[in-house]
Design a protein around this ligand. Structure first.
Ligand SMILES: NC(=O)c1ccc[n+]([C@@H]2O[C@H](COP(=O)([O-])OP(=O)(O)OC[C@H]3O[C@@H](n4cnc5c(N)ncnc54)[C@H](O)[C@@H]3O)[C@@H](O)[C@H]2O)c1
Length: 445
């Protein structure tokens, strides 16, 4: 019986685990399996990434070169672009991207491509687990039929489950091993085996009754964040109108030991998950005639934040008889969150684009990001790439306006407040002491 065969292989750490897509999610996952003694094969379409791994180097902040090298040297991990090696795997975990199309509909092409590669080399006795964030129904409506069409039968020839990835890149407290793993199989056998597998690498596993529950769970979590950030952004605008310090209000509210959870305003949503995932849920709901009003409203508020930041700067420049047109704008921090290099969906891109569309001369400093490129399909400014500038005294003092878009820890904000003339702080990067001693005019979200 497939369930018992796989359980034995997993219990004895004898299973070969294939991971398709070695990005922010797939690389830490395969390293975790290989470090626990499983044989790990990583499948990539990007030859450069596969080569880097095989040479013992990492390109992901949360995975050290040392960990990759250890796994490669022990012979427990290898990366390849040869998908025929999927046949060697007992378990195949799919960690490919799930972006949105320009129409904001789910782009399932990566999952379909992975499913197609798997069915080409499938053999009886394998389990497939999808980890990519996606709408409820993907695992049993999209993947299951691909394998069944290839002549394989669920529970007899293959097992199939969904287990959402919850990794928070750059978070030093929570990484793969200490984040509870939700697991939902297409059938009980799949849940049981997938739960056993993850129990080998994570401290807590939470099995649920179906893949759809697990898929919905991930989207609920991220929609919760998107909506609460939307509310924080709305409250920031409200507090600004009433001339109340937003950040002091949140800090005070956060002293309540129950019933409140602090979310913070900012220049807009960023990253590969929070701006995208709610669309997967609302798209699926729309197929069934249900319109999610909360998701739509949060999207409206959050996507309007870059414009709001530019408006704050325009008003402050106006106070000193300057226009955006012709002003020098220095963007401090362009990654979507502090202390990481991830630019995906970063709101700084929209902020830069809006400033350039209004004729500002924009430059940026980000200790983690060497270059910023723009997708011309969305660009209203000139769309030219920008390159990281050294944060010299001259760069700061030459700027008519400094916009703190990302509050990286390794920036000397105190120095910035001594040299700049105007700062728009969208992240509460400037503490009270720094603000009190500032020579620059400071505008806060
Ligand atoms: N990054 C996060 O913090 C995070 C957190 C939770 C969940 N997720 C979800 O996990 C999934 C993967 O995200 P990510 O951040 O790791 O993406 P990523 O872009 O960092 O990595 C995906 C990798 O898959 C590779 N790839 C694409 N198509 C492939 C194919 N057909 N075969 C093999 N490799 C292929 C790409 O080259 C890339 O290296 C997404 O669904 C995402 O929403 C991401």
């Amino acid at each position: 019986m497939i369930k018992d065969q796989l359980k034995t292989l997993i219990e004895e750490n004898d299973a070969c685990i294939g991971v398709i897509g070695l990005g922010y999610v797939g690389l830490p996952l395969i390293v975790e399996f290989a470090s626990k003694g499983f044989q790990g094969i990583g499948f990539e379409v990007d030859k450069k990434k596969a080569n880097a791994i095989n040479n013992g180097t990492s390109y992901i902040v949360d995975v050290s070169d040392e960990d990759v090298k250890k796994c490669i040297d022990s012979g427990k991990m290898t990366a390849t672009t040869d998908f025929s090696r999927l046949a060697e795997c007992d378990v195949i975990v799919i960690c490919v991207p799930t972006p949105l199309r320009k129409t904001k509909d789910p782009d399932m092409s990566y999952i379909l491509a992975a499913g197609d590669e798997i069915q080409k080399y499938m053999r009886s006795g394998q389990m497939v687990i999808l980890e990519s964030t996606t709408y409820p129904g993907t695992t049993d409506e999209i993947l299951q039929p691909i394998f069944e069409k290839a002549g394989y039968e669920l529970d007899k020839d293959f097992l199939l489950a969904f287990s959402p990835e919850r990794v928070d890149p750059g978070n030093p407290d929570f990484q793969t091993h200490n984040i509870t793993k939700v697991v939902g199989g297409v059938g009980e056998d799949s849940t049981e085996v997938a739960a056993l597998l993850y129990s080998k690498i994570v401290e807590n596993v939470h099995p649920v009754t179906s893949s759809r529950v697990a898929e919905a769970c991930k989207l609920w979590e991220n929609t919760f964040r998107a909506i609460n950030i939307g509310m924080a952004n709305e409250m920031a605008k409200l507090c600004n109108t009433l001339k109340i310090d937003t950040w002091e209000v949140v800090k005070a509210a956060d002293t309540k030991p129950f019933g409140f959870m602090a979310f913070y305003p900012g220049p807009g949503l960023g990253g590969h998950c929070i701006p995208l995932d709610p669309h997967y849920l609302s798209w699926k709901a729309r197929q069934h005639g249900f319109d999610s009003q909360f998701i739509t409203l949060a999207e409206e508020v959050n996507s309007g934040m870059p414009k709001y930041v530019v408006k704050l700067a325009a008003n402050a420049l106006n106070d000193v008889r300057k226009a955006i047109n012709g002003s020098k704008v220095l963007i401090l921090g362009v990654a979507y969150k502090k202390d990481i290099d991830d630019m995906r969906e970063s709101p700084a891109l929209s902020v830069i684009d809006l400033f350039r569309a209004k004729g500002a001369e924009v430059c940026f400093h980000d200790p983690f990001v060497p270059e910023v490129t723009f997708d011309h399909a969305y660009t209203i400014g000139d769309g030219e790439p920008l390159y990281n500038q050294e944060l010299t005294d001259e760069l700061i003092s030459d700027a008519d306006c400094v916009i703190i878009c990302t509050n990286h820890s390794n920036v000397d904000y105190q120095r910035v407040t001594q040299l700049a003339s105007l700062i728009v702080d969208t992240r509460n990067a400037l503490d009270t002491e720094t603000r009190n001693g500032s020579k620059a005019k400071i505008v806060r979200l």
